[in-house]
Write a protein that binds this ligand. Structure first.
Ligand SMILES: [Fe+2]
Ligand SMILES: [Fe+2]
Length: 509
């Protein structure tokens, strides 16, 4: 078995080959970010296109008040990335409320949480929804005790994280500041810092107004939106900015255009022409890495999982003799393979008990969501099948499509093996990761049936180089006769039983 083989990534079981990953050309950054904003909409429990429509509304306000093209550019990306931090508080929101984080967040957007009565009704309605009366009462009391401090912490996580991601992507400080302050209110009763009036950066005020307006418009229609704007003018929102939108109420065409907007193409002409940004291969990697962080922040069980899968896939591609372009494609597929998990509630992802059939079925939707999101991002569309097919198995036992070997190309086979290997070897809050040798042995047991034998062999070669002491010949001991190498923590060659799986292991990976 050669350690290096020249593969074409999209060959599948000897059937007719298709083209490998194409060399990336420079693309408009706007297209990439706007397309990926669908993933943020999912995380926030909003219908697809929420960020795009918020962007249309916010840019309309920005132009009406005469912002410079520099500020308009900063505003444009703040509106598209305003929810970049929302995956970071998904787990604590689900835990605090004992409920589906998507439903809790969706309802919060239409609740005037500055109003005590509305806030109380909101808590009573959503705390441990569907649970026993006792569980509900326990959560309501917990939320009442935690009060505004608890809410502030949840908001702080989201705002700070979002601003940090925006900064990391190289956007100007004004964009990061807008993301950090979009939930502040004009009257000082917003979150997380309680800034008041013009203490709130102008772009943050525009973002806050635009996002709430979009939610009301889409879920309740124009009349309810106007009512909300009148009600919150001067409390939540800057009065002058609110007046810009209220003046537009006599222009139904504008609102119809906003309501109909779904795709990034709806934003054509919104980014200031003289400031259009372009991205090449390196910037695409940075964007994919930032979204990998967003994905991994969703659950404490998947800390650094996406980055780990990407790095393993890249190594496997190199060992298998893939071209540089294909290795870059594998890296991005690894980074983004679980992007669909942003659409799954943390109540299920982090459930500390076995999943019901219905919950399992929901988790198994996440590769479909990954496909749906990535196939619409021109820059990552080629990586979409390999990313989305990471739970498929050669013998047809995988999900969600039950594809078989002749339908799975090499890229998909590599991501599948990298995904399982990372999940087995990573430390989790409930258990230490397996030793690399142990994880390889587990994969070998299903090599040729579930997993591609050549890929598993390549993984072993690479893993032996990374951790030579874990293999028996390195210690002078006899080879394993039961295929169970020692665990990382063990200095003996006694077979170590696999750790009892935490229920969450059912769906990690
Ligand atoms: Fe997955
Ligand atoms: Fe995964």
């Amino acid at each position: 078995m050669p350690t290096t083989m020249a593969y074409r990534l999209h060959d599948s079981g000897g059937s007719s080959p298709s083209a490998p990953f194409a060399v990336a050309h420079r693309l408009p950054l706007s297209d990439v970010v706007a397309s990926l904003s669908y993933a943020l909409d999912l995380t926030e429990g909003q219908p697809q296109g929420h960020s795009v429509r918020s962007c249309l509304i916010g840019m309309h306000i920005g132009r009406a008040i005469g912002l410079s093209s520099e500020s308009l550019s900063s505003l444009y990306y703040a509106l598209l990335l305003k929810d970049a931090g929302c995956s970071a508080n998904a787990a604590p929101v689900a835990t605090t409320f004992g409920a589906d984080d998507h439903a809790v967040k969706r309802a919060l957007k239409t609740t005037n949480w500055s109003n005590f009565i509305e806030a109380s009704v909101y808590v009573a309605r959503h705390a441990a929804r569907g649970g026993t009366p006792w569980t509900r009462l326990r959560h309501i009391i917990g939320l009442a005790r935690g009060g505004s401090e608890q809410t502030r912490d949840l908001m702080r996580i989201r705002c700070e994280r979002g601003a940090a991601i925006v900064q990391r992507l190289g956007f100007p400080p004004a964009t990061a500041a807008a993301v950090r302050t979009l939930d502040e209110h004009w009257d000082g009763k917003g979150q997380p810092a309680g800034l008041r009036g013009e203490e709130i950066p102008l772009l943050g005020r525009v973002c806050g107004l635009a996002q709430t307006t979009e939610v009301f418009l889409q879920s309740r229609g124009l009349n309810a939106t106007v009512e909300m704007l009148l009600d919150r003018r001067g409390s939540w929102f800057d009065p002058l900015l609110t007046d810009v939108l209220l003046e537009e109420t006599t222009n139904p065409l504008f609102w119809r255009q906003v309501q109909a907007a779904r795709r990034p193409s709806s934003l054509c002409g919104q980014e200031p022409a003289e400031r259009v940004r372009w991205v090449g291969s390196r910037e695409l990697d940075r964007i994919a890495e930032a979204f990998a962080d967003i994905i991994d922040a969703k659950s404490p069980f998947t800390y650094r999982h996406s980055k780990g899968v990407a790095e393993i896939a890249r190594h496997l591609g190199r060992v298998l003799g893939c071209s540089r372009t294909d290795v870059a494609g594998l890296y991005r597929a690894g980074l983004l393979h679980d992007i669909g998990k942003l659409g799954i509630s943390n109540r299920i992802l982090d459930k500390p008990a076995p999943l019901t059939e219905a919950e399992l079925a929901e988790v198994r939707l996440h590769p479909r969501y990954s496909m749906e999101i990535l196939s619409h991002v021109t820059a990552f569309a080629e990586a979409a099948p390999a990313a989305a097919q990471h739970h498929e198995r050669l013998d047809g036992s995988g999900y969600p499509w039950g594809l078989r070997g002749d339908q799975l190309d090499l890229a998909s086979r590599i991501i599948a093996v990298a995904d399982v290997f990372e999940a087995l070897t990573a430390d989790r809050p409930y258990r230490a990761g397996l030793a690399a040798a142990e994880a390889v042995a587990i994969l070998h047991r299903e090599a040729g049936t579930a997993y591609d034998g050549d890929v598993v062999q390549a993984l072993e070669g690479w893993a032996r180089e990374m951790a030579p002491a874990q293999w028996p010949e390195a210690t002078g001991a006899s080879p394993f006769d039961d295929g169970t190498p020692p665990s990382r923590a063990s200095s003996t060659l006694r077979p170590t039983p696999a750790p009892a799986p935490h229920p969450a292991r059912q769906r990690v990976g």
